[in-house]
Design a binder for this molecule. Structure first.
Ligand code: PXP
Length: 239
């Protein structure tokens, strides 16, 4: 049975819009766990645009399932990870101007720095996953640098506008899973998965965990809005 990791970055994005204390991603993570999430994912970005160092520290203390830290393979992030000891580190490419992670890591062209980051993290006892496209060469390179897991970038599948291209991408992902399994690497997947496309995605066997953020937080806003407005109406009308 596949697992669900809930990415709570967007909760921090809303908090940072006002620079205050709410909504708190730590509270959101606890609710996600109560609802059955198998893990919590956060991305501590170099520019700290959403998740803050404080969130990572508190989540390390409060998450009862598994804490997956997405991060760039920089010395600063490796040091933070070794200090806080998440249950897994997922190395992702990071560009300052991007809205969200765009595309997977180019492991083939960055073998040395990635191997160094993987070695330091694994040496400190943290399993490492590499966020990559469903590309056989990238998977072989991930194996060479010693990754425990890969997280397959599902963005192309999620953005497909017709069945044919969706099918083509599913086959590519299926083949990627098979290759990773042959090499003894665990497989997770994520990016752009939502309530409309997850059923088709789960037809691919062998993916251990799906990391989903945007669609879950978006839905939470809509399904929670009625209750939130009712609560405020009551306070305003019956004061
Ligand atoms: N996996 C990785 C590596 C990501 O960078 C992201 C986006 O933060 C996700 C999964 C989740 O993607 P989404 O927010 O589109 O569900």
């Amino acid at each position: 049975m596949a697992k669900l990791g809930v990415n709570v970055d967007h909760v921090a994005t809303i908090r940072q819009a006002r620079g205050g204390a709410e909504p708190d991603p730590v509270a959101a993570a606890a609710i996600a766990e109560l609802a059955g999430a198998d893990g919590i994912t956060i991305h501590l970005r170099e520019d700290r645009r959403h998740i803050q160092d404080r969130d990572l520290k508190l989540l390390r203390q409060t998450v009862k399932t598994r804490l997956n830290l997405e991060m760039a393979a920089t010395d600063e992030m490796v040091a933070i990870a070794l200090q806080t000891m998440p249950d897994m580190c997922t190395l992702v490419p990071e560009k300052r101007l991007e809205l969200t992670t765009e595309g997977g890591l180019d492991v083939r062209c960055n073998m040395e720095p990635l191997k160094s980051a993987v070695d330091r993290l694994r040496g400190g006892g943290i399993p490492v996953s590499l966020f990559i496209d469903a590309d056989p060469d990238q998977i072989k390179a991930a194996d060479k640098v010693g990754a425990d897991y890969i997280e397959i970038h599902t963005g192309i599948f999620a953005e497909a506008t017709d069945w044919k291209s969706e099918d083509r991408e599913l086959i590519r992902i299926e083949n990627a899973v098979k290759l990773a399994q042959k090499l003894g690497i665990g497989v997770n997947a994520g990016h752009g998965l939502n309530y409309g496309n997850i059923k088709r995605m789960t037809t691919v066997r062998g993916i251990e965990e799906y990391n989903i953020g945007h669609s879950i937080i978006s839905r939470a806003i809509l399904v929670g809005l009625e209750r939130a407005v009712r609560d405020m109406v009551e306070l305003v009308r019956f004061a």
